[in-house]
Write a protein that binds this ligand. Structure first.
Ligand SMILES: Nc1ncnc2c1ncn2[C@@H]1O[C@H](COP(=O)(O)OP(=O)(O)OP(=O)(O)O)[C@@H](O)[C@H]1O
Ligand SMILES: [Mg+2]
Length: 361
């Protein structure tokens, strides 16, 4: 009595924390016992009311000894605390890609049993990680890095979603490998985004098919049907950028179709030549449609999605601009003119207009 009673702070734990609150243990989270040998502790004298010891020199020594021991514990605890914080703490959210890849790696460990397959996948993950590091390093060195850096983070996060969906579906390893290979190539492509994009006339059909294939597993996961209503035309673009642009449209539609709990979720794609000199990809879903002004949603950081960054459409617009094309949001009557079927007229409708070839208007 009365050491250890509530409110009694005989070691002055509270005072000690003032300068080092992270390291020092506070009184209310510690439970400890000090064993004294009555026979050999004759210098310690109990107070007359038997509430603790008389504060003599021996008592001061006792306090010092206990604090010394406590300090050792605190030092070890601090090391562990820092490690725990590093791995699980809030700083990790400032490292979005790295954390996602770590999660994916864990997921691979759970879902894929063969060690050799795991290793193979891991090789690509390491490559994505390295590539990411290299890109972010370059970007951080250049002026105005901010948004480009965010774009890289944003796109890699989306890619990781695709890979997760594939693993969930227990797809064959060959397929996963191929996809991860393609994705790590895509990541390399983002470093080009900063530079001038490599554009040339591409047949658009295979690119659209490719972009659908890329998100096939996420689409399946949410039972979303894609109506492909397009035929072959040429468009001036770069393969990677075109696929990145579409990836963002898919990502948005998948999210909103799910969020709105649409009963028969669908995405509609077609290619129109209605705008002279341009090849226009029409992309629509039968979800709730845009609830923010379309002038706003192309701006960076504009989002009304709880976990959104508000980068997808901004990036898509930047890509279209860099290709000499345009991103538009047809209204209902324009969409009808572009042959968008009835069921999609209330949903989100996006048009990506590409030039047909270099030099043309
Ligand atoms: N298919 C869609 N249906 C309804 N609203 C959409 C659709 N696509 C985009 N939007 C609206 O446009 C906003 C901006 O989209 P954008 O892709 O730029 O960012 P985000 O999806 O919110 O976040 P991020 O893409 O960075 O994860 C969305 O928050 C949403 O309000
Ligand atoms: Mg988006």
């Amino acid at each position: 009595m009365n050491y250890g009673e509530q409110g009694e702070d005989w070691l002055n734990l509270g005072g000690r924390r003032v300068n080092m609150p992270a390291k020092r243990v506070s009184n209310n989270i510690i439970l400890g016992a000090v064993f004294l040998d009555r026979e050999h502790s004759t210098d310690l004298v109990e107070k007359a009311n038997r509430e603790g010891f008389v504060e003599n020199e021996a008592f001061a020594e006792l306090v010092k000894a206990v604090l010394y021991a406590l300090d050792k514990v605190e030092t070890y605890r601090k090391t562990d605390k820092d490690l725990l914080r590093k791995h699980y703490g809030p700083q990790d959210t400032a490292q979005p890609v790295v954390t996602s890849i770590a999660e994916l790696r864990e997921f691979v460990g759970e879902k894929i049993k063969e060690a050799s397959t795991q290793e193979d996948i891991d090789r690509y993950l390491v490559r994505i990680e390295n590539e990411y590091e290299r890109i972010t390093e370059t970007l951080l060195k250049s002026a105005g890095a901010g948004l480009n850096l965010i774009v890289v983070i944003h796109q890699i996060e989306k890619i990781i979603k695709d890979i997760k969906a594939m693993l969930k579906k227990k797809v064959s390893f060959e397929e996963i490998e191929e996809r991860i290979k393609a994705l790590s190539a895509l990541v390399e492509g983002y470093s080009i985004l900063v530079k001038k994009s490599q554009k040339k006339a591409h047949g658009i059909k295979s690119l659209l098919d490719q972009s659908v294939a890329n998100v096939r597993f996420r689409l399946d996961d949410h039972h979303i049907k894609v109506l492909k209503d397009y035929s072959e035309y040429n468009a001036l673009c770069s393969e990677d950028h075109m696929i990145s642009a579409l990836m963002n449209l898919f990502d948005n539609s998948i999210w909103w179709l799910k969020y709105a709990k649409v009963e028969q979720p669908q995405i509609y794609m077609n290619v129109s030549k209605k705008i002279h000199g341009y090849t226009t990809v029409i992309f629509a879903d039968n979800g709730p449609g845009f609830t923010l002004s379309t002038d706003e949603i192309v701006k960076p950081f504009v989002t009304n999605k709880p976990d959104g960054m508000g980068i997808g459409l901004h990036l898509t617009q930047e890509i279209m601009k860099s290709l000499g094309g345009d991103l538009k949001f047809p209204n209902k009557s324009e969409a009808e003119d572009l042959n968008v079927p009835k069921g999609f007229l209330e949903g989100a409708i996006v048009a990506l207009s590409f030039k047909e070839k270099e030099g043309e208007k």
